[in-house]
Design a protein around this ligand. Structure first.
Ligand code: DON
Length: 569
């Protein structure tokens, strides 16, 4: 910590003693405890969600109460991205004692799910079944996670933290361009769900940007959750309506599936990269393992001393190898045993590094792995919160692709997820994000599908960053690039706005945003054998809150690619 270094001269002696005092004070704090930031910071993908968080902090709530309010509000104001019909991962840091935990509210496969449920008699994937309609939906985890967060970590009653979301659902929201675009994209599938169409496609056509929509059924479901907690969603009238709607449309959920849903608290994955400790999501999110695997590889070089094109090349090669490991090994820890210790060990990284050449890309085909039989956007959402006491939450939530399964069980207002598509529906068959998987991520009843959602804390002598983004398979590489930037001194705004590139093993291409590489860097990467592909869309919607421990400054940034808003006060 540079404030611990002191200086020279008379005035400096005073500073030196002060700095020494600060150092001793920090040293004496219990492990994991830190001085409080004294200010709060919130970054979310929607102004109303940021304001909901602010409102709850102002009412005496902590970061965990704010996380409940933000998550629930995002379910209303970004209905295409996350919601009660979906799931997510909430990474928490308790200021008092420094405990850190992942609240895993990932969806699970219903009990009647089978390994080959999306294949036809010839073993070929049946188009669309894992993407649209009730068969695509896993049992939601978000309502359980919100009830758990409020009960176990919050200071306010769940009903108080859900109040802003209920208000927005009842009073209505103005349809943004984003919602309008998403609707056009999923309009065909939407026609199969009368309850979805009644809200979003009155008269058979998608509602236009600028229109105001109210969600009385969703408000009623939220009220049940507020009044009865977990059981208000997973048992009783809401559960009955959810199951009836799913079954009537050919889905396989049962009341028992809902009654059996439980959140899981998990120990985060921690990886050291230079002077930073990364705190990340463990399986069934692949984020922590893939980031750790890639960063361990990169640790073998002093990236700061290399030319940008060499850094980019090595980052791509590290991502290629780490995403290969994702496809080969990762799944739900309750169902598969994973060599995580080995994947994150220094000697494994040494081995991976020996296969990397500085002058040449390694074609993915040359790595032992799975050969394929044959993007990221803003669906899914992330928020970051730091309260004045130092409690933190990084939450990434999703119903998967735009509007999830595009299906609402009548009377619930809940858009169901299509996260079943995150399973490997057949070994070697890419999913919606072109990700490959193997047995470890095959479908099984009660199993959680592998995720890329990567809510992350970076902790270094300089301070703390709380970050994450939507973007499907690209989430992990986006968080990794921003981590490298933080370690090099970037601030919140730079982390959220930097130009991004991505490699995920297969397809064997480097997808990049306009401006990510100079012409010279492009030529250098191509000369090494990388296939570059300019992405027609921008990547992600990152939300970052940082706390600089030296200056005490709290900062927040919302990705300029999205329409989010931040507050620091
Ligand atoms: O859990 C996952 O990895 C995906 N369901 C996330 C989807 C996503 O980020 C879509 N956003 N563009």
């Amino acid at each position: 910590m540079s404030s611990c270094r002191g200086g020279a001269g008379a005035r400096r002696v005073q500073y030196k003693s002060l700095a020494l005092l600060v150092c001793v004070w920090i040293w004496l704090l219990p492990a994991g405890a830190q001085p409080a930031p004294a200010r709060s910071g919130i970054a979310t993908a929607h102004p109303l969600a940021t304001r909901a968080g602010e409102e709850i902090l102002a009412a005496g709530g902590n970061a965990f109460d704010a996380a409940v309010a933000i998550s629930a509000t995002l379910a209303v104001v970004e209905p295409y991205a996350s919601g009660l019909g979906g799931g997510g991962f909430w990474l928490l840091h308790e200021a008092d004692g420094g405990r850190q935990v992942i609240v895993d509210g990932r969806e699970v496969a219903p009990a009647a799910a089978t390994r080959d449920m999306y294949l036809d008699a010839q073993g070929k994937p049946r188009a669309g079944l894992s993407v649209s309609g009730p068969l695509a939906a896993g049992i939601p985890g978000q309502p359980a996670a919100l009830a758990h967060l409020a009960k176990r970590y919050g200071r306010l009653p769940l009903a108080a933290s859900l109040a802003p979301a209920i208000r927005h659902a009842e009073q209505g929201i103005v349809i943004s361009r984003g919602i309008g675009m998403g609707l056009k994209f999923r309009a065909e599938a939407a026609r199969n769900s009368p309850a979805f169409s009644a809200i979003y496609m009155p008269g058979g056509e998608p509602v236009q940007a600028g229109a105001t929509l109210r969600f009385p059924d969703l408000a009623r479901t939220l009220r049940r959750l507020a009044a009865e907690g977990h059981d208000g969603f997973y048992r009783g009238s809401v559960a009955r309506r959810l199951v009836a709607g799913v079954q009537a449309a050919g889905g396989i959920w049962t009341r028992e599936d809902l009654a059996a849903y439980k959140v899981v608290e998990r120990e985060p994955i921690r990886v050291q990269y230079r002077d930073a400790t990364l705190v990340m999501a463990p399986p069934p999110s692949s984020g922590g393992v893939v980031m750790g695997d890639a960063l361990n590889i990169l640790r073998g070089w002093d990236l700061g001393r290399l030319q940008p094109v060499e850094r980019q090349h090595l980052t791509i090669e590290a991502l290629r190898r780490a995403y290969r490991d994702r496809a080969m090994y990762l799944g739900d820890p309750a169902f598969v045993s994973m060599p995580i210790e080995r994947l994150l060990s220094p000697w494994y990284a040494d081995g991976q590094r020996t296969s990397i050449r500085l002058d040449r890309a390694t074609p993915s085909d040359e790595l032992p792995g799975i050969a394929p039989a044959a993007s990221g956007g803003t669906n899914t959402t992330h928020f970051s919160v730091l309260d004045a006491e130092g409690n933190r939450v990084a939450g990434t939530l999703s119903i998967n692709t735009w509007f999830g399964a595009v299906f609402i069980p009548p009377g619930t207002g809940v858009i169901l997820n299509n996260e079943m598509d995150d399973f490997s529906i057949k070994a070697g068959t890419p999913n919606s994000f072109e990700l490959l998987g193997a047995d470890a991520n095959a479908i099984a009843p009660g199993k959680r599908m592998l995720s890329s959602m990567s809510p992350t804390f970076i902790e270094s002598p300089r301070g703390v960053a709380i970050l994450g983004t939507p973007g499907g398979s690209r989430i992990i590489s986006m968080v990794l690039l921003s981590t490298l930037a933080w370690v090099d001194g970037a601030d919140a705004r730079q982390m959220a706005s930097l130009k991004r590139y991505h490699h995920q093993y297969y397809p064997d291409v480097v997808s990049y945003e306009e401006g990510a590489f100079t012409a010279e860097e492009k030529a250098g990467l191509e000369a090494r054998g990388h296939r570059l592909e300019l992405s027609p869309r921008s990547f992600g919607n990152m939300q970052v809150v940082t706390w600089d421990r030296e200056t005490g400054r709290v900062d927040a940034a919302s990705d300029p690619r999205g329409g989010g808003e931040v507050t620091v006060y």
